[in-house]
Design a protein around this ligand. Structure first.
Ligand code: UDX
Length: 430
């Protein structure tokens, strides 16, 4: 198939490279010429394991990038992979994807024959059919259901494992309302289905939009639930990880996503839970569970700091923050739990020294005033306390290094460090 993808961010670049690897001819359209040049030179504009290799293999052949929308005219299907950021009130901002749909529609005026436009971005239910489809129809002069078809195909890519997640999916969700769109998307994914046997969910467009929010909302709520239970465990001196290991043996619960601690960050869970909560309210429904999941998540950094307060007054003291990214394996600090932790330490008058294997440069943009060091040892040297925020391997391996602290108080937000003699240790939920 000849496929075009509008947007070459984290999702667009990953799916472009993977579609090319599946044997399709792919063109990635992006407004940023630097991104286009990076892809055409066989390098990835984002850090994702395996992506550079795919781009090196396919750039210039099965995969090209361009700033010119006209490239879509030589393709059969276009995926919209644009940012859908959160507004101040948490509601979704679809202005970028709407503008892309307008330009795509105008470009499609020159195309003879059918074209399928598939939303890849996370959008609230009805966006594809009620917002994007009318824009596309009006701008292209084509007729929905005749020579223009829309669809929705959500992604379930995790940062740090996006290529693997795409090439070995647990499901492929195809939201369509026409045979033409359904056939086209089946043709697109046929190589992956043949290769992996992944179950295909053929469903409606709105169902596909909602499946994405339900998937992320459920996972976020599962983490918040184990954090709620973990906080109760902490009050009783019970180890929440022993409890989680036991309940995880119930296959209705499963062992995954039961790691209690500082909770969830990143560019998806916070944005998606906020968007669907705002959308639900707009429909007149109060999403109590998702509200509670967010509230519990928002409280975890303060609980970590209150454990610190039990042992040391950090005013004018050097405090080490170990880990800055929202999870190991990425340099992404968006909604990282390190941000409220650093803010809380500053509010206590502490002098913060931060370590992260890859995310320091990103956090420096947010907190230029704090000290960043290149090793955990440098952060711990003469520190009066240490807070574990991200469970990088470089941090879970620490032990004797804590002996260099002036007062060895270690408050662990990620079950990264073992309790031992010689350190005053607090686990957030254990
Ligand atoms: C998530 C979804 O997993 C993915 O399907 C979707 O497409 C995008 O959002 P991602 O945000 O990259 O992916 O990270 P993920 O590995 O899901 O972790 C999300 C957050 O939950 C991280 O901050 C992580 O630290 C936290 N988490 C995860 C826990 O606190 N405990 C757990 O047991 C698991």
């Amino acid at each position: 198939m000849r496929i075009s993808i509008i947007g070459s961010g984290y999702v667009g670049t990953t799916i472009a490279a993977c579609f090319a690897d599946m044997g399709h001819e792919v063109v990635n359209v992006d407004v940023d010429a630097e991104i286009v040049n990076t892809i055409n030179s066989g390098r990835s504009p984002i850090h994702e394991p395996g992506l550079d290799e795919l781009l090196e293999n396919h750039s210039g052949e099965a995969l090209t990038a361009t700033t010119d929308y006209d490239a879509v005219l030589d393709t059969e299907v276009t995926f919209l992979a644009l940012p859908t950021p959160a507004r101040e009130d948490g509601s979704i901002d679809t202005s970028i994807i709407e503008a892309a749909a307008e330009t795509l529609g105008e470009t499609l005026q020159a195309k003879d024959g059918d074209h399928v436009v598939t939303t890849k971005s996370t959008v609230i239910p009805t966006t594809t059919s009620e917002t994007l489809a009318p824009i596309l129809e009006a701008a292209s002069g084509k007729t929905l259901g005749e020579d223009l078809h829309v669809a929705m195909n959500p992604e379930f890519l995790r940062e740090g494992t996006a290529v693997d997640d795409f090439l070995d999916p647990d499901k492929i969700v195809l939201g369509t309302d026409s045979d033409a769109a359904r056939k086209t998307l089946h043709d697109v994914f046929e190589p992956l289905i043949a290769e992996t046997g992944a179950p295909v969910v053929d469903t409606g467009i709105e169902e596909a939009e909602m499946i994405k929010y339900a998937n992320n909302g459920f996972l976020a709520a599962k983490v918040s639930l184990i954090n709620d239970i973990g906080n109760i465990c902490k009050e009783y001196g019970v180890d929440a990880y022993e409890v989680a290991d036991a309940i995880g043996l119930d296959d209705r619960i499963s062992a995954r996503f039961l790691r209690s601690g500082l909770g969830w960050g990143g560019s998806c869970f916070p944005k998606d839970t906020a968007a669907i909560r705002a959308a639900a309210r707009e429909q007149g429904y109060e999403p109590l569970m998702l509200d509670a999941a967010t509230e519990i998540n928002d409280r975890q950094p303060a609980r970590l700091l209150s454990l610190l307060d039990r042992h040391v007054d950090v005013a004018d003291e050097r405090v080490a923050v170990l880990g800055l990214s929202f999870k190991p394996g990425t340099d992404d600090i968006r909604n990282s739990r390190a941000i409220p932790v650093i803010e809380g330490l500053q509010a206590r008058g502490a002098t913060v020294v931060a370590y992260d294997p890859v995310a320091a440069d990103n956090m420096r943009k947010q907190f230029p005033e704090i000290e960043y060091v290149d090793s955990p040892e440098a952060a711990l040297d003469s520190a009066s306390a240490a807070l574990v925020v991200t469970d990088w391997p470089e941090i879970t391996a620490l032990d004797a290094e804590f002996d260099a602290m002036s007062t060895p108080v270690v408050v662990d937000g990620r079950r990264a460090i073992d309790r031992r003699d010689g350190i005053v240790y607090e686990g957030l939920t254990w």
